[in-house]
Design a protein around this ligand. Structure first.
Ligand code: 5GP
Length: 375
């Protein structure tokens, strides 16, 4: 056993120091990035051009409807694993705009590989991105799977994860992956850290893995743990090429979950003039169920229940229903634009170079948080 004592940081441990800047308006900030990927085809063309924020491949988030909406806003979606090959073939052949902004997702079982092979055969180059993710990206079997996938398919951008350390980021890049998904345990509906004690503070994971990846012309996704738009900013500022979001995208129409109404009293009472008594005002509030993909709920939905040798590593939560996703996207993008003007970054690409983090014990003032009634 050993103990590492140098500090490791989460998004909640830092703020970004403002700097003098000549940047006049938020409107002028360019949030798009262009990337070419290290193992995808053997040329140096631009392979990706868009706003590098991804919807997570989670139920209620990584849906086809979400992909269609986000694609029109230049954002990316990793589709959930449960779509069958007919649905995927249909979506990629009839929506060629999704080619540049949408990944099919699989795990590392034989049926999943066969599903990918059959969709790829039907769709050809219109299926460009494959996201291969497992809870633990450290197994030899996972690395071998990525390596074999690369040998068989030169013309797919391989997203692989999840890991949190520089060594395994490099291992996966050297074995054929293009983009490494970084994050173990930071997610909003994840209980891995509670159940297993395993994890790594997310900002440090992003800083260390991006540094390792960029040395090999690889890219990383900061996956999970963003609670506020400011956290998405911190992820980019820490060196992330892409940021993946689950919980911040949950509760929208595009996620397709059932909207449930709960009735509650928020402290308001109604006066009954006849009896001169007060009764609690009961108001409806709408929610959508959102759960981790390793939760008991997800295991019951997709795998016929939790296997007896596993514990659930996810929560099931009710999140407020929030209508269309477009407004949420604008809120996140507005936050990033504003951050760029604070540090003098004309382009998202420059944000990391322009950033000095300061560590802090207190993120923001919570005095009126409970009594907030609007923006
Ligand atoms: P969020 O943006 O909600 O904080 O995090 C989303 C990420 O959490 C996903 O992209 C995925 O990596 C991770 N995740 C999703 N479901 C689960 C789960 O059930 N358990 C764990 N450990 N992680 C999960």
């Amino acid at each position: 056993m050993r103990i590492e004592t140098d500090p490791k940081l989460g998004y909640e441990d830092v703020l970004i120091r403002p700097k003098r800047s000549t940047l006049g308006s938020r409107k002028k900030v360019d949030l798009t990035r262009k990337f070419s990927f290290r193992n995808y085809l053997s040329n140096t063309d631009i392979h990706y051009d868009g706003i590098p924020i991804m919807a997570a491949n989670m139920d209620g988030v990584g849906t086809i409807s979400m992909a269609q909406s986000l694609s029109s806003q230049q954002l990316f979606t990793c589709l959930i694993k449960s779509y069958d090959s007919a649905e995927l073939t249909d979506v990629f052949t009839t929506n060629s705009n999704l080619k540049e902004s949408t990944a099919m997702s699989i795990g590392i079982t034989s049926p999943e590989l066969e599903k990918f092979a059959s969709v790829k055969k039907e769709v050809g180059t219109d299926l460009k991105y494959i996201c291969v993710d497992v809870a633990n990206g450290y197994s030899e079997r996972f690395v071998d799977f990525i390596s074999a996938l690369r040998d068989d398919y030169a013309d797919v951008v391989i997203i692989a994860g999840n890991v949190v350390t520089a060594d395994q980021t490099q291992e996966l890049l050297l074995n054929g992956a293009d983009i490494i998904k970084v994050g173990i345990g930071p997610g909003s509906v994840c209980t891995t850290r509670i159940k297993t004690g395993v994890g790594y503070p997310q900002l440090s994971a992003v800083i260390e893995c991006s540094d390792a990846a960029h040395g090999l012309n690889g890219h990383i996704i900061a996956d999970g743990g963003c609670v506020f738009p400011g956290d998405v900013v911190k992820a980019f500022a820490g060196g992330a090429d892409f940021v993946m979001i689950g919980g911040m995208r949950a509760g929208h129409n595009e996620g397709g979950g059932d909207v449930v109404t709960k009735y509650h009293n928020d402290g308001e009472y109604i006066l009954d003039k006849d009896t001169n008594s007060y009764t609690p005002a009961i108001k409806p509030k709408s929610f959508v169920e959102f759960y981790g993909m390793s939760s008991k709920t997800a295991n019951e939905k997709h795998f016929g229940g939790l296997k007896d040798y596993r514990s659930s590593e996810g929560r099931t939560a009710l999140v407020p229903y929030r209508g269309e996703v477009e407004e949420t996207v604008q809120d996140i993008l507005g936050g990033i634009r504003s951050a760029c003007t604070y540090v003098g970054a004309r382009k998202l690409k420059q944000l990391s170079k322009c950033t000095t983090f300061v560590t802090t014990a207190r993120q923001y003032n919570t005095r009126y948080e409970e009594s907030t009634i609007g923006d």
